[in-house]
Design a protein around this ligand. Structure first.
Ligand code: ATP
Length: 836
């Protein structure tokens, strides 16, 4: 349909395909616009077009397309004088004629002729111009190869143009009548103009005018008729419209690399409910009974924190139809209580124990931690006459059968029909039509029913706190485990849980929640119907594709001020420091120097309420170590070096004997992060070898440590028996270590998110805290740009109150004696590792 060529409709239309330079024409990706004729107004740049390859000879100039304006040349000049109406047609005609005149001449030109050379030079210049013009689409294609035609002197053969026979059809016989017609018209015109008698001029002129008017009128009528005919046809011929327009091309695929912005997010994400970080209200003002509030106060929860003040009213029963809630609030801001309180209060109003709430968390340690918060709240609501909410866990820390028994109970119920079905199933003759859900459960049944009885399964817990993998196992393998009564789905550390689809847990859970089976969560017409979903994180994703999987209903986003969904906000009282490690091979010694420095004294709050590092005058109540070990306080290494204990720590070299026999020097608690389990185990052993005084204070937490041992280690740390925890990233999320003073990034974390969660283990619940990062030379650029948000091309998305301070530890050369002791310790470590 595109083999037919239509001359350009406009003055500045691009030159024809047949006029294209040879190189341009021979380039497969070249366009019909590669040729540019100097002196013409450059055509507006069309889109790149893939031309029909090597078909210029088949291009036909069809006079019929211009039938309505078919006058002779001299006739048109008269028309021009008389009427402007014919102006357009005239110019079209003259252009088309010009185009027709040019094309065959060029096509049959002798390659070596002078005219040909000059024309080719012009064409080469034009091509160069076109190549330089960035606005011409396809210019790359036309000029990407060192085109020989670009040379102004070299004649170039026109490979696609067979010289003498440019347009074989239409046949000569068809052309003849046209030529004869033309000749005849010319004769008629000449007769009109050349009148022999001069006296008859005026008369002639009138006649001529009349004749011209008539012809114009006829032409216009003919044109109208043609237009009418054309519109009556089903589909107008596209070529009439196209001319030299680009051939239709598929839309280029454009990959949208743009990030979602607040403008492109759905309204609930774009316009969150913002909460000031300092807002606080008594729990009683938020719908918690005074008896319950008293119990909460006795457990240390006097007033609601900012996030709780905002979230509680949305989750506690209200006359409005309530929707789901997404919470983005910094680490340690009290997110756990914000969902546990309303959830437990709601469940405590029931009587029967059913599985009514699921809390999904990424690690076992977090499961245990949230379990404690739930138990505290369960106790608080049971005093005000409510049901004592039963809380269970499923995290894979015990054998599955044991966990099943802890979560689900069994009892024998007299039910002859069900027993019959059971027997049929056992013998393999069950009628699938007849089997009901109960019978399906029999598949999974473990206990033999008594005659005419069925084993009935009942939930032993109201709230199940679980890891996603174990939850899926119970859904698929535990008899009677059902989500039909689940009214609360809580996903804490949501960005992690959504990004890593553990056993496709979310699909499995949402499928089970949307079964359409009538369940106790459905109260027609009630605002309590359905499942309330609460999604939380300190580093909440705003990736819609991830959030979509949650199938949220009428969601609201709560953002604690200073945090944006998608951004990472640090606690306001956190102080951050970076220590340059001049000799990476001696990095453990730098760590040891830090641990033994005055910077590691208790972290408290100065008069201004700001956290202070290295302060000897910090409040005792802020330091677990000061409560638990007064001997260590009085004799501490730091207390002997308290000259500048206010404000920021000053760079100072501490000389620490590696075989010190003095009493434990640490008056605070420290959590040290390494890059792997292996690194954590090695480092804690090395520290103990290098500093025997610190040895008894060191604990290790890795994902390869048994859960029970991890729990013991965390308990010992909470009790102040150990003061240094060396850990892998396992505990970087969510873990709440009471009054942790310092976090040390021994290894620089892999991501911003990891940095935020690691350092967020300190400066929690409105307290101060310090984060230290040991930075080797090779890591400095990345650290300052990505994490500290300083220097060239700063990229950090971390929102912080202050700046990361530079601190120097261990000025000058390391003493030889220390280095030797370090090498010995390394050797011993290697021997121990080899002997294992
Ligand atoms: N109203 C309150 N009054 C006093 N302490 C509170 C209150 N709410 C929470 N806390 C304490 O604040 C600490 C941090 O709370 P929580 O663990 O819920 O923080 P989080 O926002 O979940 O932090 P992360 O994002 O690190 O998990 C806990 O020790 C908790 O007991």
């Amino acid at each position: 349909m595109y083999s037919r060529y239509i001359p350009p409709a406009k003055e500045n239309a691009p030159p024809s395909r047949a006029q294209a330079t040879p190189a341009a024409a021979s380039t497969p990706s070249s366009t019909p616009y590669a040729r540019y004729t100097p002196g013409q107004v450059p055509a507006p740049a069309p889109a790149p077009v893939q031309p029909p390859p090597a078909q210029p000879q088949r291009i036909v100039f069809n006079d019929d397309d211009f039938a309505p304006v078919d006058y002779s040349q001299n006739k048109r000049s008269i028309d021009d004088e008389l009427t402007g109406a014919a102006e357009d047609k005239k110019s079209k005609k003259s252009r088309s004629k010009k185009s027709r005149d040019e094309t065959p001449v060029e096509d049959i030109e002798e390659p070596g002729s002078k005219d040909s050379k000059s024309r080719k030079r012009k064409r080469a210049d034009a091509n160069q111009d076109a190549a330089l013009s960035k606005d011409v689409p396809g210019e790359k294609d036309a000029t990407s190869e060192p085109a020989p035609e670009a040379s102004p002197v070299e004649p170039v053969a026109e490979p696609q143009v067979e010289p003498p026979t440019p347009t074989p059809p239409p046949a000569e016989e068809e052309r003849k009548p046209k030529r004869e017609k033309k000749k005849k018209r010319k004769q008629d015109d000449n007769e009109d103009i050349e009148m022999p008698d001069a006296d008859a001029d005026a008369d002639d002129m009138r006649k001529r005018h009349k004749s011209v008017f008539e012809k114009v009128q006829k032409a216009l009528q003919a044109k109208d008729a043609a237009a009418e005919n054309a519109s009556e046809e089903d589909e107008p011929e596209p070529e009439v419209e196209h001319g030299l327009e680009p051939l239709p091309q598929p839309e280029p695929v454009v990959f949208d690399a743009s990030k979602l912005t607040y403008e492109t997010l759905p309204p609930w994400l774009a316009s969150p409910i913002r909460v000031g970080p300092d807002i606080s209200r008594p729990f009683t003002e938020l719908g918690i009974s005074s008896e319950s509030a008293r119990v909460l106060e006795s457990k240390g929860f006097k007033d609601a924190f900012a996030v709780q003040t905002a979230v509680l009213p949305l989750l506690l029963p209200s006359p409005d139809r309530q929707g789901d809630v997404v919470v983005a609030a910094p680490t340690g801001s009290g997110k756990t209580l914000s969902y546990v309180l309303p959830m437990v209060q709601d469940i405590s109003k029931g009587r029967v124990t059913r599985l009514r709430a699921l809390i999904v968390l990424p690690t076992r340690d977090l499961v245990q931690q949230v379990q404690q918060a739930c138990e505290a709240c369960a106790a608080a609501f049971s005093v005000s006459g409510g049901k004592k909410v039963k809380v269970g866990t499923a995290m894979g820390n015990r054998v599955f059968r044991e966990e099943q028994s802890a979560v689900m109970g069994e009892e024998q119920r007299y039910y002859p029909r069900g027993y019959e079905q059971y027997l049929q199933k056992q013998s393999g003759f069950a009628d699938p039509e007849e089997s009901d859900d109960e019978a399906e459960d029999l598949d999974l049944q473990r206990t033999q029913p008594l005659p005419y009885h069925v084993v009935e399964h009942t939930s032993k817990v109201d709230v199940l706190i679980c890891t996603p993998g174990r939850l899926v196992e119970h859904i698929t393998k535990t008899p009677g485990f059902s989500l039909d009564y689940v009214r609360w789905l809580i996903v804490d550390e949501a960005d992690k849980l959504l990004a890593q689809d553990f056993q496709q847990w979310l699909d499995t859970v949402t499928d089970k929640l949307n079964t359409g089976k009538p369940g106790a969560r459905d109260f027609p017409g009630s605002n309590k119907s359905g499942v309330r979903k609460v999604i939380l994180s300190a580093t909440m994703t705003r990736d819609i594709s991830l959030l979509n999987g949650l199938k949220l209903a009428r969601p609201k986003l709560i953002v604690v001020e200073g945090t944006k969904a998608g951004e990472q906000s640090l606690p306001p009282l956190l102080k951050e420091f970076a220590i340059k490690v001049r000799e990476p091979s001696l990095k453990p010694l730098f760590l040891l120097d830090l641990l033994n420095s005055k910077h590691m004294s208790a972290v408290g709050e100065d008069d201004t309420g700001k956290a202070s590092a290295g302060s000897e005058t910090s409040s005792d109540s802020e330091s677990s170590s000061s409560e638990s070990d007064s001997d260590a306080d009085s004799d501490s290494y730091s207390s002997s070096d308290s000259s500048d204990d206010e404000g920021l720590p000053q760079p100072k070299h501490q000389h620490v004997p590696t075989t010190s026999t003095s009493k434990p020097s640490l008056t605070t608690t420290v959590l040290i992060f390494t890059k792997s389990n292996e690194a954590a185990l090695r480092l804690s052993r090395l520290l103990a070898l290098l500093s025997p005084t610190l040895g008894p204070l060191i604990g290790t937490l890795t994902s390869s440590t048994k859960t029970s041992r991890r729990a013991r280690t965390l308990r010992a740390f909470a009790q102040g028996k150990t003061r240094i925890l060396v850990a892998s990233d396992l505990v970087s999320r969510g873990i709440d270590l009471p009054d942790l003073g310092h976090v040390v990034n021994y290894d620089v974390p892999l991501s911003e998110t990891s940095y935020v969660h690691r350092v967020g283990r300190t400066a929690r619940a409105g307290r101060g805290g310090c984060a230290w990062t040991l930075v080797e030379h090779a890591e400095a650029r990345r650290f300052w740009r990505e994490f500290a948000g300083e220097g060239k091309g700063k990229e950090s998305g971390i929102v912080r109150a202050g700046k990361v301070e530079r601190v120097r530890i261990g000025e000058g050369e390391m003493e030889e004696e220390r280095v030797r002791a370090y090498e010995e310790a390394l050797g011993r470590l290697a021997r121990e590792a080899g002997g294992r």
